[in-house]
Design a protein around this ligand. Structure first.
Ligand code: PLP
Length: 451
């Protein structure tokens, strides 16, 4: 690319290593620099405006210009810009947020614990599960089952739970004690003619076989996203969660719901657990908890987890875990105001009604020659592109078509994200039907241009 020697682009290439980016390619093409945000839109350094159809990274529920979150942060900054939650200390914002989250929980929960990212929260879940097994005198009960294509983050433990190759190749992962079972993706993984329910039964049987092969006394927990996000927006088939939960209950295995994407309205209910009738022992949240204006994440744990953990901390003398900025007062104040806005403006209701419209508009593209499957629920959706509709095979190599269409869509003023050949749509929860139409129309144009 041609860049002025001292431009932001040139300095970005010179100094900045990007997440989830091919570093050598970045040296050639440089960054897209986003300067401003406004509602569902963002604007780049050249003044071009985009619909942010991913809400950033599945995260900005209230849009990119919410003054009330700015004011909440400013108020708290002035009053108490930092304090921690170690060694019996605390502050009002974190207490208010803990109470709020416990009261909102879709199932009875005992306590909230605060972290700074989804990865840290899942890491913490894993440590709590191991600590609990030790507390219960079951030191062998340590294995955690995740799913292929599940996404749980990038720390050493959470990247091990993640079931995507690029998070593990060359990082010497996964670590021990992590197992992966099948993905509930009917379009890709069901047998010819297999109904959704029969597919769900087969996945539950596969899970049971894995547990029996390891020994049920060795398996501590199962973790899953209600709807898989980064693995390609996979909506589970009918009866899947019911059947998976029956297997877990049979062998006394904890359930962790990773609501980092689904939480706070995304699927048309406050939590994905409500959409799919999931009853977790640990509920992990991040992203839309603060609309990602500031980093904060949290775990809710029930009494089954809390009671042995509390006893073990009493035996040892402390629960030796926690992050300096976990439950940061400014982030907690912003999260509280964000949750207030989600409730006041009924953004969950908006996700439900506008979500129906978005799913309908996306499904109108199902007949397009490049579209293999359209899927989604509420305000999360995806379109999987194929080179050959019958054979469901990619065009050229996997990801080539997804990358091409994503580039064309960006030219048309919409930022989506392609996960190989699947394009995701996860706009801010404030989106209107008219704005959904603009987004889908731009996508249709990009698809037509790619033919
Ligand atoms: N869990 C899920 C379901 C996610 O989608 C993500 C991030 O996209 C994470 C965990 C990790 O969160 P973070 O990137 O904040 O570490």
């Amino acid at each position: 690319m041609t860049t002025q020697p001292n431009s932001a682009e040139a300095r970005d290439i010179r100094y900045h290593l990007h997440s989830y980016t091919n570093a050598r390619k970045h040296e050639e093409i440089g960054p897209l620099i986003i300067e401003k945000g406004d509602g569902i839109y963002v604007e780049d350094a050249s003044g071009k405006r985009y619909i942010e159809a991913m809400a950033g990274l599945w995260s900005v529920a209230v849009g990119f210009s919410e003054q009330r979150l700015v004011d909440a942060a400013t108020r708290q900054m002035k009053k108490l810009p930092f304090y921690h939650n170690f060694t019996h200390k605390g502050h009002s914002p974190v207490i208010d947020l803990a109470e709020k989250l416990v009261s909102m929980a879709p199932v009875p929960m005992s306590k909230a614990f605060f972290t700074n990212s989804g990865s840290e929260a899942n890491d913490t879940a894993m440590k709590m599960i191991w600590y609990r097994s030790n507390a219960l005198g079951q030191p062998q009960k340590k294995k955690i089952i995740s799913r292929k294509r599940g996404y749980h983050g990038v720390t050493i433990a959470s990247a091990s739970l993640t079931g995507l190759p690029n998070n593990q190749i060359s990082f010497d992962l996964p670590i021990a004690n992590v197992l992966h079972t099948g993905t509930p993706h009917h379009y890709r993984d069901a047998l010819a003619g297999e109904s959704e329910e029969a597919f769900a039964t087969r996945l539950a049987e596969e899970l049971e076989q894995l547990i029996l092969a390891e020994g049920p006394e060795m398996v501590a927990a199962f973790i899953g996203e209600p709807v898989m996000g980064a693995g390609g927006v996979v909506v589970p088939p009918a009866t899947y969660w019911e059947k998976i939960q029956a297997v877990l209950a049979k062998y006394d295995i904890l359930l962790v719901a990773d609501e980092v994407i689904c939480g706070f309205g995304r699927t048309g209910n406050m939590f994905g657990c409500q959409t799919f009738d999931i009853k977790p022992d640990i509920l992990v949240m991040s992203k839309q908890i603060s609309s990602s204006y500031l980093p904060i994440s949290a775990l809710l744990i029930n009494e089954r987890v809390y009671a042995p953990l509390a006893d073990e901390s009493n035996r040892i003398g402390t629960f030796g875990h926690g992050f300096t900025a976990g439950g940061h007062p400014v982030a907690a104040a912003v999260a509280l105001e964000n949750l207030k806005l989600i409730e006041e403006r009924d953004l969950v209701g908006n996700a439900r009604t506008v979500g129906v419209h978005m799913q309908k508009r996306l499904r109108e593209l199902a007949g397009h020659e490049l579209v293999g499957e359209v899927r989604g629920v509420g305000l999360i959706g995806a379109v999987e592109l194929v080179g050959d509709k019958q054979a469901k095979t990619p065009w050229k190599n996997a990801g080539a078509l997804g990358g091409l269409v994503n580039g064309l869509l960006q030219e048309n003023g919409v930022i989506s994200r392609n996960m190989a050949d699947t394009l995701a749509f996860c706009p801010p929860l404030i989106i209107t039907e008219k704005q959904v139409d603009d987004m889908v129309d731009a996508f249709k144009k990009a698809l037509d241009a790619a033919v």
